[in-house]
Design a protein around this ligand. Structure first.
Ligand SMILES: [Ca+2]
Ligand SMILES: [Ca+2]
Length: 272
């Protein structure tokens, strides 16, 4: 039986379902206690740490929960599948958060997650750490134009050099310049067979978000340290032929791209 807290720190929290149109939280019959509206925050499905956005932090939280680590998210927050949770964190919860990141349609309604208690570790974003020998790691893009069926395409390969203890990354790429609004993001891929892939031969999970142009990749466990230039993934854009020469591709500059260590700290990575 699951328990929930009312106004205190409980070991286990209840995740209810939130109805956006009414001021109440419906619960299954037999639910052992009642949450007040003020006790929880309505969040998008997949938002495990209740900060209103589904991003790399949520993927890392579910992977941590899979190994029974709940230092930044509650069990209720990461138990995404089935919709009302089953008290277990398993492969289906991992797939659920990856699908949520990818903005695939879900049949579950928005969740109502109690906010993390003050006793939990602060959000990862409050830490920073530099790369090896105190120098920031450097992220780079390499673009390659090619003609293909249906128009002209640009493959944008992402790299990072000099990371220390890298566990996961989230990268967002945009087309900028005249004609950028006519560019369509065709696909996001990670070629795991490339010898320079950052997580080659490691157990990792990835999700591409074609709606907002984001890629997240996370190791299930541990981190990777390398002085070499490591391949992270490829964004493929379809571009109008006449606009192709005027376009540039850049990392999105609003903190959408992040690199996280195995201890949850943010790596300081310079983007061009
Ligand atoms: Ca979140
Ligand atoms: Ca589950």
């Amino acid at each position: 039986m699951r328990e929930c807290e009312i106004g205190g720190v409980a070991a286990e929290r209840e995740r209810g379902r939130w109805s956006g149109t009414s001021n109440s939280i419906p619960f299954e019959i037999g639910t052992p206690c009642t949450l007040l509206v003020d006790d929880c925050v309505p969040v998008p499905y997949g938002d495990s740490n209740a900060d209103s956005i589904v991003d790399l932090s949520d993927i890392l939280c579910v992977l941590d929960g899979f190994t029974s680590v709940f230092d930044r998210c509650t069990l209720g927050g990461v138990d995404l599948d089935p919709c009302d949770g089953d008290g277990l964190v398993d492969l289906f919860d991992i797939l659920a958060v990856l699908n949520a990141f990818s903005q695939q349609p879900v049949s579950c309604s928005a969740a109502c997650v109690p906010p993390p208690s003050p006793s939990m570790k602060p959000d990862r974003s409050s830490f920073t750490r530099t790369g090896r020998r105190g120098r920031p790691a450097v992220a780079t893009l390499v673009t390659e134009r090619r003609a293909g069926r249906g128009g002209e395409f640009v493959d944008v390969d992402l790299y990072v050099t000099g990371v220390s203890d890298l566990r996961g990354y989230q990268v967002a790429i945009d087309a900028v310049g005249a004609g950028a609004d006519e560019v369509a993001l065709e696909k996001i891929t990670v070629d795991r067979q490339r010898p320079d892939y950052a997580f080659r031969n490691r157990e990792s999970m990835e999700a591409g978000d074609l709606v907002d142009g984001r890629l997240a990749v996370a190791l299930v466990l541990g981190g990777v340290t390398s002085t070499e230039r490591s391949y992270l993934g490829t964004f493929t854009f379809r571009v109008p032929a006449e606009a192709s020469r005027r376009l540039r591709f850049e990392f999105r500059g609003d903190g959408s791209s992040r690199w996280v260590t195995s201890t949850g700290r943010l790596l300081d990575v310079t983007t061009p």
